[in-house]
Design a protein around this ligand. Structure first.
Ligand SMILES: NC(=O)c1ccc[n+]([C@@H]2O[C@H](COP(=O)([O-])OP(=O)(O)OC[C@H]3O[C@@H](n4cnc5c(N)ncnc54)[C@H](O)[C@@H]3O)[C@@H](O)[C@H]2O)c1
Length: 270
């Protein structure tokens, strides 16, 4: 049997698809033929991604979604089914670095723990719970969760974000077990260093809280991190993450479930 990477006629929902990595994932899936629902709260940029996808010749739709609310991810799944008649792929990508103002804090407040766990963990649980019954009844589905290399090992720094990303790997494994007998694959992707608004916030946080970084621009802080830590010597891009997600969401990866794939230029080899 020839297993294809063709997503023609399939439908994917990408949470947090309005910008950054989510946009890269959405564009890659669309380039492979998928209808793509952009599920996000940032309407203006989400609509720009929808227009970009449509200009490339595939169908796309914006669904205003707050992943921290179960009713909202329920609406997201219903809207996708109403619009396209089927749902094949869910990418739980929406994420935050902390609560408002985290870039100026030396250590996380309880609000930062709450915000990261609400979006980065409960957000993917909500999305998965909303799609689960439909995928189980159908006996088919692909779920890809976006974790991070910071979820691989605890380090000093913003522990709330890293802990939420570690939880995202564990949650992916739990759902992979639960859904395996129903023809549903659940995997995680752990991106490395991608210059998105989220990393721009992390660089601002390092500049504000670490004297060694005080004289550097946020972009210089990012570039220094890349040159010090990436064996392949370059930053990763949203497209790099999109290609890994597309593989895991395709039937070519039908025998892969419960895995977390580092896409990080070799930062963490495990
Ligand atoms: N940028 C990196 O280097 C990096 C590295 C590892 C992991 N990640 C992870 O990749 C994912 C995407 O990150 P990014 O860098 O593109 O961030 P980003 O800030 O550029 O984009 C995040 C998107 O999520 C959306 N979002 C936030 N809260 C939401 C909510 N409650 N409901 C719906 N949408 C919501 C935002 O509106 C935004 O469009 C995140 O899970 C992040 O933790 C990023």
């Amino acid at each position: 049997m020839y297993l294809t990477m063709d997503f023609e006629g399939k439908t994917a929902v990408v949470t947090g698809g309005a910008r950054g990595i989510g946009r890269g994932i959405a564009l890659e899936l669309a380039a492979l033929g998928s209808n793509v629902v952009i599920a996000d709260m940032a309407e203006e940029s989400a609509r720009e991604v929808v227009a970009e996808i449509k200009a490339g010749g595939t169908r796309s739709y914006y669904c205003e979604t707050d992943v921290t609310q179960q009713w909202s991810t329920d609406d997201m799944v219903e809207a996708a089914l109403e619009e396209y008649g089927q749902l094949d792929v869910l990418v739980n990508n929406a994420g935050v670095g902390g609560s408002s103002g985290f870039t100026t804090r030396k250590k996380p407040l309880v609000e930062d723990w709450q915000a990261t766990f609400d979006v980065n963990v409960y957000g993917m649980v909500n999305g998965t719970q909303s799609v689960e019954k439909y995928m189980v009844d159908r006996g088919y589905g692909k779920i890809v969760n976006i974790s991070s290399i910071s979820g691989r090992v605890g380090r000093s720094g913003f522990a709330s974000y890293a802990a939420s990303k570690a939880a995202a790997i564990n949650v992916s494994q739990a759902w992979a077990y639960k859904l395996a007998s129903h023809g549903i694959n659940v995997n995680a992707v752990c991106p490395g260093l991608i210059w998105t608004p989220l990393w721009q916030d992390i660089a601002k946080w390092r500049k504000a809280t670490d004297e060694q970084n005080a004289g550097m621009t946020p972009r210089q802080i990012f570039q220094q991190t890349v040159s010090e830590s990436v064996p392949l010597g370059r930053e990763q891009t949203p497209e790099d993450i999109g290609k890994a997600v597309a593989f895991l969401a395709s039937d070519r990866a039908r025998s892969i479930t419960g895995q977390a794939l580092n896409v990080d230029g070799g930062i963490r080899m495990n």
